[in-house]
Write a protein of this length. Structure first.
Length: 216
């Protein structure tokens, strides 16, 4: 029996208060990220190309330091209460990150939130070589992690997406209800996709509580 509702949520800059993936690139690959990040945000190269080039410039020996750095990143207010709200209603919460699984798990484990997450979709990394080599089982022609493709694994009457940036565009277009903040707002305006603005997860929880009360 398929759930009537599923919530799909970005990680970097959405669950975390800042875009941790971008901060990793700026910290560990400053020259490459300074050159490529503006191009990625302008959508002049694909997400897949951009992520491969940026992460692929970082020494594999830095990876443990990267994970420890990520684990310390703060999460956005209300996430714990929002997960309690969803769990109480038996609504799956699926994290789909344009970054790496290890990064997502590092934060969720440190915050003791991982047991409230239904599933995580993200990229993987090979550290056996000199430089980081990233790969994903959900690649598309343009995306490193094709978020809309991951959403297809969860048929539901209502698909809710929560995001903040360029990696969340296709996820948002595939959703019935979108919560957008930061750069994602501009992208969705361009795409003529409706959305609800949000600042923290209390906003999302309160909106969904009212919305679902009227759409039982």
């Amino acid at each position: 029996m398929k759930p009537s509702r599923v919530v799909f949520c970005d990680f970097d800059g959405t669950i975390t208060t800042q875009d941790t993936f971008i901060s990793v690139l700026e910290k560990f690959a400053p020259e490459v990220s300074a050159k490529l990040l503006p191009v990625i945000f302008r959508r002049e190269i694909t997400l897949k190309e951009g992520i491969r080039q940026t992460l692929g410039s970082i020494s594999a020996t830095c990876y443990p330091e990267i994970i420890e750095y990520i684990a310390e990143q703060p999460v956005r207010p209300g996430i714990r209460e929002f997960l309690d709200f969803l769990n109480h209603r038996e609504v799956p919460f699926v994290v789909i990150s344009g970054g790496l699984t290890d990064m997502v798990e590092a934060v969720l484990k440190r915050q003791q939130l991982i047991n409230s997450v239904t599933e995580i979709y993200a990229g993987e990394v090979d550290v056996t070589g000199k430089l980081l080599q990233v790969y994903s089982s959900l690649e598309s022609d343009r995306e490193f992690v094709a978020k809309a493709k991951a959403m297809e694994n969860y048929p539901a009457q209502e698909k809710v997406a929560i995001g903040d940036s360029v990696t969340d565009i296709n996820m948002s277009l595939a959703a019935d209800l979108v919560f957008a903040r930061d750069r994602l707002i501009e992208y969705l305006d361009t795409e003529n996709k409706s959305y609800v603005r949000w600042q923290n997860f209390f906003d999302v929880r309160d909106y969904l509580a009212a919305h679902w009360q009227t759409t039982k």
